[in-house]
Design a protein around this ligand. Sequence first.
Ligand SMILES: [Zn+2]
Length: 157
Amino acid sequence: MSDAVEYTFAHFERIAEENRFPENASIEHDSNMCLICHPENIPGDSFKFCLDLIVSCILKRRPRIDESLIEAVNEEMEMLGEDYRITLQELLNEEPEAVKAWQMWARSSINTGLEMLSMHSQNAPYYQLDDLDESRSQYVRQKLEEFFRLQKGTSTT
Ligand SMILES: [Zn+2]
């Protein structure tokens, strides 16, 4: 990992931990080292970089599958007008409906994170998880799988 990649992850993860992500644009930092201030220096696909960054940040706030996560998933279901709710055990058992609900929560959280990231600076890239080409869609599927595994891995069953 390059220094700038490391710096950018550490900076945004810390903001996420402190629950200050929505105000990320106003937090002082070394913008020369920050790849969201300088997306032209992002190694590889900047969409994939932003997705990796946001998922790492969400994991700081939601490291495991627990009751508070289930509550967040069910709130998301309610907002989307879905009429079913999931339980902790259903998600830990990876029941299809529960995993589907989790995916909806995850996509929505990632979109919100990407949106907040886009307000970071004048040059900050803006992405959403919709209308992606095949390579990026494939990457999103992989990343969601990894995200779920990481959350599940730290959960007590
Ligand atoms: Zn910056």
